[in-house]
Design a protein around this ligand. Structure first.
Ligand code: AMP
Ligand code: MG
Length: 272
C-alpha cells in the first residue's frame, strides 16, 4: 500500500545536523504513483479545509507556512494547488520581492513580522526572511559577517513567534537542475507563461552551486524542533502537492483545536 509511506517524517530536517542536498533526490516518489498521490491529495484537501475552519473558530493558534525554492521550483503552483483548500477568509499569502527603499531603511525582519499570521489565521510566505541568507549571500548584497549573524537572529525571531502560539512549517521545494531547464524552456515557449520568465533567472541558474550551498546552510542551521524545515522533492508536482498536504495536515492535527463554547445556552434560545 503506497498510503503507508508517511512523507513528513521522511522529509523533516533534523535539528543541529549538517544537511546535504543531492540533485538526484529531487525526483524521489517514495513508492507513490501519480494516480494514488492525486487521489489522496484530493481527500486531504477536504480534511485541511475542515481543520482550518476549526482553527479560525478556535482563534488561539496561528500557522505560518514558509515556502522557499529556486526559480521554477513551483512555489506559485503549490500555493494554487494546495492552499486553495483553505477559506480565503483566514488565510493570507505574501510574496516577498526585493526590498523597497523604505524597507531597506529598516531591519530585514521588519517587513516580515507585519505579515505574520494573527491567531486563528494561516499565513503563507512565498519567499521570506530566508532570502536574506540566500540571494543576499550569493549576490553579496551584504558583507559576510552581516548575513552570517542572521541564522541565529532568524531562529530567535521564529522562537518568538512559536512562543506566542504560532506554528511554523518551512518547506523547501527541491528541483533538479534538469527540471529547472525544462520549466524555463516551457516558460519561454508558451505564450501564456512567457511573463513568468525573467532573463535574470539565467544569471541565478549560473549560480546553481552557490545557491545549493546557501540552501544547505539555511537547512542545517535553521531547522528547529519548533520550526522545522522540510525538503520536498518537487520534480513531480503530484508528489510535491501530496507531501505539502500531508505536512500541513500533520501540523494542524497536532493543535488541540476546539470550537469555542457558546456564551449562551442553546437550549434556552427561542427564535420567533
Ligand atoms: P519572484 O518570486 O520570481 O517574483 O522574484 C522575486 C525576487 O525578489 C527574487 O529574485 C528574489 O531573490 C528577490 N528578493 C526577495 N527577497 C529579497 C531580499 N531580501 N533581498 C534581495 N532580493 C530579494
Ligand atoms: Mg521568478
Amino acid at each position: 500500500m503506497p498510503g503507508l509511506t508517511r512523507l513528513p517524517d521522511r522529509l523533516r530536517v533534523k535539528p543541529n545536523r549538517r544537511y546535504r542536498l543531492h540533485d538526484g533526490d529531487a525526483d524521489r516518489a517514495f513508492g507513490w504513483d501519480e494516480a494514488d498521490a492525486r487521489m489522496i491529495t484530493a481527500q486531504l484537501a477536504i480534511r485541511l479545509e475542515e481543520l482550518q475552519y476549526r482553527m479560525y473558530a478556535d482563534g488561539r493558534y496561528a500557522l505560518l507556512v514558509v515556502l522557499q525554492a529556486i526559480d521554477g521550483g513551483g512555489k506559485d503552483s503549490t500555493i494554487r494547488h494546495v492552499f486553495s483548500a483553505f477559506n480565503p477568509q483566514g488565510c493570507t499569502v505574501t510574496a516577498f520581492k526585493a526590498p523597497s527603499p523604505e524597507e531597506l531603511r529598516h531591519d530585514y525582519l521588519w517587513r516580515i513580522h507585519r505579515h505574520a499570521p494573527a491567531h486563528g489565521e494561516v499565513a503563507v510566505f512565498n519567499r521570506s526572511h530566508y532570502e536574506d541568507v540566500l540571494v543576499v549571500r550569493v549576490d553579496k548584497l551584504a558583507p559576510r559577517n552581516v548575513w552570517q549573524a542572521r541564522y541565529q537572529q532568524i531562529n530567535q525571531f521564529e522562537a518568538l513567534l512559536t512562543g506566542c502560539n504560532t506554528r511554523i512549517v518551512k518547506i523547501f521545494l527541491q528541483i533538479s537542475r534538469d527540471e529547472q531547464k525544462r520549466r524555463f524552456q516551457e516558460r519561454i515557449d508558451e505564450p501564456r507563461k512567457q511573463w513568468k520568465f525573467d532573463p535574470d533567472d539565467l544569471r541565478k541558474r549560473a549560480q546553481w552551486q552557490q545557491y545549493q550551498r546557501a540552501y544547505e546552510d539555511m537547512l542545517s542551521k535553521c531547522s528547529t524542533r519548533q520550526a522545522p524545515w522540510y525538503v520536498v522533492p518537487a520534480d513531480h508536482k503530484w508528489l510535491r502537492d501530496l507531501a505539502v498536504s500531508q505536512i500541513l495536515l500533520e501540523t494542524l492535527e497536532s493543535l488541540p483545536l476546539k470550537f469555542p463554547a457558546p456564551k449562551y445556552d442553546p437550549k434556552k434560545i427561542r427564535i420567533r
